[in-house]
Each structure stands twice: as C-alpha cells, then as structure tokens.
Design a protein around this ligand. Structure first.
Ligand SMILES: O=C(O)[C@H](O)[C@@H](O)[C@H](O)[C@H](O)COP(=O)(O)O
Length: 251
C-alpha cells in the first residue's frame, strides 16, 4: 500500500498549462482570503509554476491577494546566487515579487552561500521561528500550502532518488547533491512538507505522463510517491500529463 493510499488525495485534470495555473491561482486566493491570521506557503521552483506566478502578479489578482499577511517560503532552491538563472528565488522575485506589494520581511528565501548543512539549519531556524518557536512539528500545520512540481525522474522539491534526505524523519530542511543535477541544493524534507493543509502538485505536459502514472500508482521508487500531507494532496494536472484524459474540472 503506498503512502498515497492512506491520505486524502484528489486529482484535477484541466485542459492545458494555462488552465492549471488559473485553477491554482484561484485556489490560493480562496485559501489565503479565508485563512485566519498568517497564511504560510512554500513555493516551488522549476518551469511549471512560472505561469502561476505571472498570473498572481497581474493587477486584477494582485489587488485582491492578502500579501501583508502571507509568508512566502521555498520548497527548495539551488545553492546559487539569486542572480543565477538556476535560482528559484531569483525566478520568483523577477516574475512575482518585483510586481506586487509583498513586504520584504514576508519573503523567506533559502540561504545561497556558506556551508550547505549550516545553511539548511539556518533555514530550519527561520521556519521554526515562523512556527511560533516550536522546534518540533506539533499538531498544527507548518504550511497552509506547499506547491510542488514533479521531475521526470520522480523527484519533487529537491527530494531526488537515492539521496539520504529521503530517509530524513526529523529535520525540516536538508542539503543534498543530486546525482544528475549540477548544483548543491537545499530542500524541505518529507516531514516538513507533510505538515501542511494542502500539498498542490502542478504537473503539465506529455513528458510527465509516464512518471505521473508511476507516482499515482504509488511506485515506491519514485520520491514523489512518499509525499504526504496532514491535510490533502491535490494533483493539478493537464491533459498531456494525464495521458490525454478528457479535460474535466473538479472544484
Ligand atoms: O527547483 C526545482 O527544480 C524544483 O523545485 C523541482 O522540484 C521542479 O518542481 C521539478 O524539477 C519539475 O520542474 P519543471 O516544472 O521545470 O518540470
């Protein structure tokens, strides 16, 4: 039985990447506006969420989003300067944060210099401070929403196959050096991601149909198969990633 079988997981199949971005933007706005107090979200990197971030920066949306009571964290980042084309922080800053009235103090980028393990400890301390100073995950979610993508080898965030971080059950943040990736990375761990109300996987394109099929079938060899949430995991996918399933929506 995969971990997916024992939790609430649902799938929303949409026509195309634009529809995936729009559905996700609407979902985030609804949850952020209905949240009591601070709304905490962990952002994903990669190319898929770029459309989402661009939508969030549009005037009609940005005017309604509660930026001042939203805390933005990252699910992972490459250990490179923000100016690097590989930086998730730099990507989100240029597509979204440069265009909306989010207070700088509400943006929590992952460290991108120094010793990677110490940087991971530093980010974990940042998260613990946001979590009321608790150093152990208690019975309240660390995140309202965690955004995730899915790599073709089944990685998500920077949880790559055969990495020690896949066995991490205590730490919230870890450094890792994936076999086939050029950079050292920092990533949230499984327990940190699981401490959430909603995990949203955004998966688009026919190139992801194979890995998505394996993950949804609970293939334990795929790191994304082990993603849990104290709340729900929502797969927001387009027809290409769904293997050309008929486009239908579920709210
Ligand atoms: O920093 C990263 O690379 C991401 O966090 C990573 O987990 C990404 O979500 C997947 O690799 C999918 O990437 P695409 O959206 O580009 O397919």
């Amino acid at each position: 039985m995969s971990t997916q079988d024992v939790m609430t997981a649902r799938e929303v199949v949409l026509e195309d990447p634009d529809a995936v971005a729009q559905w996700t933007a609407d979902f985030l706005l609804e949850k952020a506006l209905s949240a009591r107090g601070v709304f905490r979200i962990a952002l994903s990197g990669g190319s898929t969420p770029r459309k989402l971030y661009a939508l969030m920066a549009e005037a009609g949306y940005a005017d309604r989003f509660p930026w001042s009571r939203t805390e933005f964290f990252y699910g992972d980042d490459r250990f490179v300067p923000a100016e690097s084309a590989d930086s998730n922080r730099g990507m989100v800053q240029s597509i979204l944060f440069d265009h909306v009235p989010v207070p700088t103090k509400n943006i929590h980028p992952m460290p991108d210099r120094g010793e990677p393990d110490q940087a991971a400890r530093s980010y974990e301390a940042d998260l613990q401070q946001a979590y009321g100073g608790n150093t152990l995950i208690a019975n309240k979610p660390l995140f309202d929403v965690v955004l995730l993508g899915l790599g073709e080898n089944g990685h998500t965030a920077s949880l790559f196959p055969r990495q020690p971080v896949l066995e991490e059950k205590i730490r919230w943040v870890a450094s890792c050096v994936p076999d086939d990736a050029p950079h050292t990375r920092l990533t949230l761990t499984y327990p940190a991601i699981a401490s959430s109300r909603h995990v949203l996987f955004l998966v688009t394109g026919t190139s992801k149909a194979g890995v998505l099929g394996r993950v949804r079938a609970g293939d334990a060899a795929e790191p994304a198969s082990h993603i849990c949430s104290d709340g729900e995991v929502v797969w927001i996918i387009d027809r290409g990633a769904a293997g050309q399933a008929e486009g239908k929506t579920e709210r």
